[in-house]
Design a protein around this ligand. Structure first.
Ligand code: SF4
Length: 732
């Protein structure tokens, strides 16, 4: 491919976890620049998500949308990225102004891409501008060159990923090369993902991990960027250069031995990947079915983790997404024959499926493991998020079931639960941008209005009333589709989704298992406290660019003897050791939480600057809190009656089912509002969900540009309150 802009540089060597270099690619000017990362940014924001937040905050304004030229697609690893003596170190973060939420959204992804970027001398990449032609970037850490080139004529595709890696690896070199790109569907939908493609010598083939959430791939497409290729054959021992290698190795070995001891007796992720969650979620009434209407099915054994383990995953292969991780959950199938879609009959390699992908398919009423493999592969090939694609379709299926949407609206597509042909027809139409599919690919927030207007025109009903009804089961918050946990029975996870700054994704607060399955936070106060500390610690993993699974999914045997077992402090202490051994510091666990709080608050400030982020945007659909319709209530009638009596303390004698359902909904709504009050207090925010000035001061946000954001947000809230007051006067 012809290069038309090349910059030569001396690859910086990492020292105590950092290269301190930022690579900026301005696609409007086709210009490449390399600069030092300010010490202050490193001290306050650590790396990973923290760097992405600062780059996006500084590079964008309140008016920036996903396709604005100034939007920044930020990519950053962390100080431990590429360290093979510890687990979970191949991860990096992609952050940007999202096409779904109009605010900052980030997604973490593993593989070899960022470790190679770091070896090539960079801690972060900022892609800005918009190219007038389709281009790609090549980072050559061997020759010390970054170049912009004409892009390949085809969209990124997994079908030729092996050939692509071979072509880019450099003559006579090993496959120390990785690609970050996306597929066709990222340009036709708002939920495009990024594929992080690398060569796995153990399986002898290309593999792909996804930065799935928030539309990062759609932003890449909007920028006219085909993808980024990195190659580097420098010794991997140069990736990190920790201050104290022995101390680091010891902490790494201790964590690895806990994983070795616990995982085979608990989650079995090294054998089943995250499909091991399927049975657990089904047993705990959490697995989403028919757009989260139901949360358990007798059909689930057909798609259990055991089925994936034995039918698809080749167990001769340890499957870590980066060397050093013995949790090794990156399972896959080397030869799956597609049974559906335009490539039916073709044998492909499938990476995954993850639990979320399988649950996106059960949410459409399908319990066929072969179809789940197909769905996983097509979504990755198209470059779309398996979660948003599945939840958007589930919303449309329910709207169709209820008659809000008819065949005339869908261009003749029928949308019936459990029908693979219906799911395939809509999925491929979305990802190829055809007919109704082009509308469907806009995501639920857009579709609620679109469906309401169509239904109003047809029926003469008020569009606002229809919108309200659709909002009860349109599973989005802040514009992002919910991830795959049914939360009706877990107040903690309702908050975990509602307060998540990027929208309802479980990487911020995955409390469902701790609350609903393990019952480790039975009181209201415990849940409210957990909704403060848990997101902060989860955020820290994203700052560090580390995988969280070895902390959250592998409970240290000693944790049960600690004050709050859910914190898994014995394992958390290994991470503190990792920090100090790498950086040469003596930080404590609370120091890490403070760093997280700084980054977390910067995200909150971006949301507020973009015109939302206050209490009203933390509202979640009724379906996330309670049964919406009678069929849901009656499917667990005895359970709900007991709940109303014993947990809610309500008198139900002589009440009809309709009255009981209404009581349940009212109670759950009230509990959620009380939770908002309590959690905002824990976080140092006011009752409108805006950080108090004292909170900003404590966290070092002294600059007027930060303080102005909270002042403007308060004015906005008061204006809205005035409008509501005037409207209610008029109505009366
Ligand atoms: S636990 Fe799984 S996702 Fe995390 S680093 Fe290890 S292999 Fe990768």
């Amino acid at each position: 491919m012809k290069a038309f802009g090349t910059t030569r540089y001396h690859p910086a060597r990492a020292d105590k976890g950092y290269t301190d270099r930022l690579l900026t690619i301005d696609l409007s000017r086709h210009a490449i620049s390399i600069e030092e990362i300010p010490e202050e940014m490193k001290r306050r924001l650590v790396g990973g998500r923290g760097y992405c937040l600062q780059l996006v905050f500084d590079g964008t304004t309140a008016e920036t949308r996903f396709d604005s030229p100034e939007n920044v697609l930020a990519l950053a690893g962390g100080p431990f990225c590429g360290e093979t003596a510890f687990v979970g170190t191949g991860k990096f973060i992609a952050g940007t102004i999202s096409p779904l939420t109009d605010s900052f959204c980030d997604s973490n992804v593993g593989g070899h891409f960022f470790p190679l970027v770091k070896l090539s001398g960079f801690d972060a990449i900022a892609v800005t501008g918009r190219s007038d032609r389709n281009v790609m970037v090549l980072i050559d850490g061997d020759s010390g060159e970054v170049s912009l080139r004409e892009a390949p004529s085809r969209h990124g595709s997994l079908l030729d990923a092996d050939e692509q890696l071979e072509a880019w690896k450099g003559e006579g070199q090993a496959r120390n090369v990785a690609i970050l790109n996306t597929g066709k569907g990222a340009g036709t939908t708002r939920f495009g993902c990024l594929n992080s493609i690398y060569y796995d010598p153990k399986r002898g083939r290309a593999r792909a991990k996804q930065a799935g959430r928030g539309g990062t791939g759609t932003v890449m497409r909007a920028k006219g960027l085909w993808g980024i290729v990195v190659r580097c054959n420098r010794s991997k021992s140069l990736a990190n250069l920790p201050a104290d290698t022995d101390r680091l190795r010891k902490a790494g070995m201790r964590l690895r031995s806990v994983i070795r001891e616990v995982d085979p007796k608990a989650m079995r992720m090294a054998r089943q990947g995250t499909t091991s969650l399927i049975d657990m979620m089904n047993a705990g009434y959490i697995l989403p079915i028919h757009n989260y209407q139901y949360n358990q099915s007798e059909e689930t054994p057909k798609i259990s983790g055991d089925v994936f383990e034995h039918r698809y995953f080749n167990q001769g292969v340890p499957d870590g997404c980066f060397p050093g991780c013995n949790l090794a959950c990156t399972k896959g199938c080397d030869a799956h024959v597609l049974g559906s879609g335009p490539q039916a009959g073709r044998t492909v390699a499938v990476d995954g499926p993850e639990y979320e992908t399988a649950a996106a398919v059960t949410n459409l009423g399908i319990f066929d493991p072969d179809y789940i493999m197909d769905y996983a592969w097509y979504c990755d090939e198209y470059g779309v998020d398996t979660i948003s694609a599945g939840v958007t379709m589930a919303f449309l299926f329910e709207a169709y079931e209820q008659g809000f949407l008819i065949a005339e609206d869908t261009g003749g597509l029928a949308l019936r639960w459990g029908e693979q042909g219906d799911v395939s027809a809509l999925l491929h139409a979305m990802c190829e941008g055809r007919g109704f599919g082009a509308v469907a690919g806009r995501g639920i927030r857009y579709l609620k209005e679109w469906v309401a207007e169509r239904a109003a025109e047809r029926t003469g009903q008020d569009a606002g009333d229809i919108f309200e009804e659709l909002s009860k089961f349109g599973m989005e918050c802040k514009g992002l589709e919910f991830s795959m946990y049914g939360t009706k029975e877990s107040l903690a996870q309702q908050g975990g989704y509602g307060f998540a700054l990027k929208g309802p994704q479980h990487d911020e607060a995955w409390l469902i298992a701790l609350d609903q399955i393990r019952n480790e936070m039975p009181t209201f106060e415990q849940k409210a406290r957990a909704l403060n500390w848990f997101p902060l610690f989860r955020t820290w993993f994203n700052l560090a660019g580390l995988c969280k699974l070895p902390w959250i999914d592998v409970r240290h045997p000693e944790a049960q003897f600690t004050e709050i077992p859910a914190r898994n402090m014995p394992t958390a202490e290994y991470y503190v050791e990792l920090v100090n051994a790498t950086l040469g510091t003596e930080k404590a666990f609370d120091d890490l939480l403070f760093e997280s709080e700084v980054a977390y608050t910067l995200h909150k400030l971006i949301n507020l600057r973009q015109g939302f982020g206050t209490r009203e945007e933390d509202a979640i659909p009724l379906r996330a809190m309670a049964p919406v319709y009678m069929n849901e209530f009656q499917s667990r009638k005895a359970y709900y009656e007991k709940y109303l009596l014993e947990s809610a303390g309500m008198e139900i004698e002589g009440k009809s089912d309709a009255e009981k359902l209404a009581m349940l909904q009212a109670y759950r709504r009230l509990q959620y509002e009380k939770l908002c009050d309590a959690v905002y207090e824990e976080k140092g925010w006011d009752q409108d969900g805006i950080p108090r000035k004292s909170t900003l001061m404590r966290l070092g946000f002294h600059e007027p540009r930060y303080l102005a954001i909270i002042d403007e947000a308060r004015e906005r809230v008061s204006r809205h309150a005035e409008v509501r007051k005037a409207e209610s006067k008029l109505a009366n």
